[in-house]
Design a protein around this ligand. Sequence first.
Ligand SMILES: [Zn+2]
Ligand SMILES: [Zn+2]
Length: 214
Amino acid sequence: MLIGRPSCLSTDGTAARVACRGARRSFDRASSVADCPRSASTPACLTQSELQGQSAADDADEVTNMHKGSCLCQSIQYELSAELGDFGYCHCKSCRKASGSAHAANASVDRNNFRLLSGTDTLREFESSPGKFRAFCSRCGSPIYAYVAKTRDVLRVRLGSLDTPFGKTVKAHTFVADKADWDRIEGAAPQFAAWAPKSVLDQRGTLQGEGESS
Ligand SMILES: [Zn+2]
Ligand SMILES: [Zn+2]
């Protein structure tokens, strides 16, 4: 990641250290936002060794971080260290309510590949049905991920929260029998009244194949 270094960087950094603590926080925050790090300026309180450490961390980021994401108000920032699984559009009533739209678009990642960078104080969980938890930002309401208790080590990330390109295309429409009357489904992806077969769309971390609703 190439973050611009300002000309105001001091070599000793001591005098400015306290005064620019706020600026440093802003820098740290900006550095974790995918759409603006290249315009972020480095506060003068960063020492040369800290900058080198930052640089090493940036290099590591490029190797391990597959995706970054955030909520609407930016309180919650996260990164993924593995690629997400395939996704479908779920038109069930729960997904419509939770997303506020015609369908959900979620993909799986192992919990140990999901790292919350900020927002532990605003992230909340709602148990929408027994054993099904939906995590969202309590400040702006953005859905972030969901999981079911019996597979709690697999998270279903809400693709709308991603700040990085994903590139995959939708594999199937599911729970079409539940869709809203104003929802016109278009495109070539196959449609299923309830779950899609796993051969078409494997929805890790859901109750797919267990005869239950989504
Ligand atoms: Zn938020
Ligand atoms: Zn659903």
